[in-house]
Design a binder for this molecule. Structure first.
Ligand code: SF4
Ligand code: SF4
Length: 388
């Protein structure tokens, strides 16, 4: 295993982190196959993975409920006396916070579920701009100061899927951030905070953690023949998983990549890849860009996310509605995009809130009939998340 210093912290983290949102399950998403999941975690820790990520809602039956992942992890670490061997990271459900006391209530519950007296890294989970404003007004920064002082939390940060300007704004508002977790893979260089966000993290010494390195598995499953033909032209042959992971580990602004692993075979495979230095040549880097360009030709509409149509007077988040719709087409994965669509876009900003007033149409740089396309987005995703 190869280790990196996490930003300016004193932590040396394995460059592969274990994400526990896609553990093997039995009857439903909340029914973790504990025997299999324990084998996977044991193997990972024995083979050098030293950081495990979970979150309050992981492995709940709905998107933001009280999940089983933390509870399972707490049991696993206690039964195997492994708590002190790993860096434990979990997250405060920022969307669910309604009053000041909720920060404390969730942390207390999480410490109990995880059977520990401290969290090594505590992130505000999936911060959106409105949630950031809300938690700031509820004095989240005082709460973070307090939990750092009393030792229940060792390092604080946040995870987010927001655009780079907001991302930087949040980073600049609190000098004690030590970690930020963002979505990144070779398709997402200019999506959400992307490479500009990573660049900024490196500049200010905040540790960078990556989620969705395989885009929910789509970069490695059902590879279109056209994409495979491109990979076949590479100077060095790699599997799709190797391309996705080594692309990230060839960057000097990535400290840790979390993979949400589902089987022991995946754990073995990822650890093997993480343990080997594999420098990607300039030609192969260009090939990765070509693969990304080709994936983009599978988009649902031509939206370039330029933002000229915004703001919609009726509050529709046109850009992100189209982004999730396009990604779903590009990756042929409605479930993953629906999860993002329903969790990242507020209910009153989704495609069905378009009233067909047509005010945005003249502003579209790509001549898209926006209300018509939003209708397609609505037909595609529906009213609620029901893709489990
Ligand atoms: S047509 Fe729909 S998206 Fe466009 S401005 Fe009107 S309500 Fe907003
Ligand atoms: S103006 Fe058109 S291309 Fe630009 S973000 Fe809006 S819909 Fe997309």
């Amino acid at each position: 295993m190869i280790y990196n210093r996490l930003g300016k912290t004193d932590l040396e983290v394995s460059r592969l982190g274990f994400g526990t949102m896609r553990l093997p399950t039995k009857a439903n998403n909340a029914d973790i196959d504990k025997t299999e999941a324990s084998k996977m975690l044991k193997y990972a820790i024995e083979n050098g993975v030293n950081i495990i990520d979970t979150a309050y809602p992981y492995h709940s039956e709905d998107l933001d409920g009280n999940g089983e992942s933390e509870k399972f992890l707490g049991e696993f670490l206690t039964e195997n006396t492994l708590r002190d061997e790993i860096i434990l990271q979990t997250k405060s459900p920022s969307w669910a916070i309604e009053e000041k006391g909720d920060f404390e209530r969730y942390l207390t519950e999480q410490l109990e579920k995880l059977q520990t007296d401290h969290i090594d890294i505590y992130l505000l989970h999936s911060l959106t701009v409105p949630d950031w404003e809300k938690v700031k007004n509820l004095d989240v920064l005082d709460f973070l100061d307090d939990v750092l002082s009393d030792g229940r939390v060792k390092h604080v940060g946040f995870s987010s899927h927001i655009e780079v300007d907001y991302f930087i704004e949040i980073l600049d508002e609190y000098p004690k951030w030590e970690v930020a977790m963002t979505q990144m893979n070779y398709l997402d260089e200019y999506y959400q905070s992307g490479i500009m966000g990573l660049d900024y993290l490196k500049d200010i010494g905040v540790g960078s953690m990556i989620m969705e390195p395989l885009r929910g598995g789509r970069l490695v499953q059902n590879i279109p023949q056209e994409i495979q033909n491109l990979w076949n032209q590479a100077e060095s042959k790699r599997t799709p998983v190797e391309w996705a992971l080594q692309y990230l580990w060839n960057r000097n602004d990535v400290d840790c990549v979390f993979s949400g692993m589902t089987s022991l075979e995946q754990v073995r495979q990822n650890i093997e890849i993480a343990s080997k230095i594999d420098t990607i040549s300039d030609n192969d880097q260009e090939l990765i860009r070509e693969v990304a360009r080709t994936y983009r030709t599978y988009l649902g509409n031509r939206c370039t996310r330029c933002g000229y149509c915004m703001p919609c007077p009726h509050g529709v988040d046109i850009i992100n509605c189209f982004t999730e719709y396009n990604i779903a087409h590009m990756m042929d994965n409605p479930k993953a995009s629906a999860m993002q669509y329903f969790s990242l876009i507020d209910e009153d900003a989704r495609a069905d809130c378009c009233v067909d007033c047509g005010e945005c149409i003249p502003f579209c740089t790509q001549m898209i009939n926006i209300p018509e396309e939003l209708e397609k987005v609505y037909e595609y995703f529906g009213d609620e998340f029901d893709h489990f």
